[in-house]
Ligand binder design. Structure first.
Ligand SMILES: O=C1O[C@H](COP(=O)(O)O)[C@@H](O)[C@H](O)[C@H]1O
Length: 247
């Protein structure tokens, strides 16, 4: 089946258009959630694709419109490096967005760094439990209003990497892995934590992602991203190149 025939897939001209559509989508969802429940819980993704989205949210069109003070921000995954390291997803998000917007520091929930990835994952889960108000997933509605995800050319998403045991973790919200095809240990939300979402939004940009995107959408479960579920909806904002349109 063509990528574009799958439900939930929206195709935009290029990465800039994907980022703009995502900024509008997140703003609408945030305003709706805050009107209904007073808060919006968003898990950010890392890597290169969402950087432009973060810059747009911090820019003149959204800086004063996005309801920063009522948003709780989390990280869907993090490379296990210091937060000021250039490889850190937190570092990227700070430079692109967080340092520029009026979000209270207490609303930005950063995965800890230290000597021990397992201990850091457990501590980050404790932080999620504290903000959510229960240690039982779905007990108080979805854990996240939106989980933002990307897609690696090896089929990983968040830091759910192929051939790692984190793919089998069902008894934790946050865990860690050592990929065999990427540097650094990683902290990541697990499948059950991502499933506890009102919406998962994948952003996929570039011709290099076309083949793996087709496999994931066709349900090839050897690709970690194909095993993502959501108790709400799963949406894909992709550009023409990722859709396989070479024009
Ligand atoms: O390592 C990571 O890669 C994926 C995909 O990143 P992209 O740069 O190819 O879009 C990303 O979603 C994840 O958060 C990140 O840690």
């Amino acid at each position: 089946m063509a990528v574009t025939d799958h439900a939930g897939v929206d195709v935009y001209a290029d990465g800039e258009a994907v980022a703009r559509a995502a900024a509008e989508f997140l703003t609408d969802r945030a305003l709706e959630a805050i009107e209904e429940r007073g808060t919006f819980r968003l898990a950010l993704s890392g890597g290169s694709t969402p950087k432009r989205l973060y810059q747009i949210l911090a820019g003149p069109d959204y800086r004063d419109r996005f309801p920063w003070t009522s948003v709780q921000l989390f990280f869907g995954d993090e490379r296990f490096v210091p937060h000021d390291d250039e490889r850190s997803n937190v570092h990227m998000a700070r430079l692109a967005m967080l340092d520029e917007v009026p979000i209270p520091a207490a609303n930005v929930h950063v995965p800890p760094f230290g000597d021990d990835a397992a201990a850091a994952a457990a501590a980050y889960q404790d932080e999620l439990v504290r903000v959510y108000g229960s240690d039982e997933l779905n007990a108080r509605g979805a854990l996240f209003d939106v989980v933002l995800l990307g897609l690696g050319e090896n089929g990983h998403t968040a830091s759910l990497f192929p051939r790692t045991s984190v793919l089998d973790v069902t008894d934790a919200w946050v865990s860690w892995c050592t990929p065999d095809d990427a540097p650094n240990d990683r902290l990541t939300l697990t499948y059950p934590a991502i499933d506890s979402s009102a919406c998962v939004l994948f952003l996929v940009v570039g011709a290099g992602k076309h083949e793996v995107l087709g496999r994931v959408l066709d349900g090839d479960t050897s690709q970690p991203a194909a095993r993502i579920t959501s108790r709400g909806e799963i949406l894909w904002f992709i550009d023409r190149a990722a859709a396989g349109d070479a024009s």
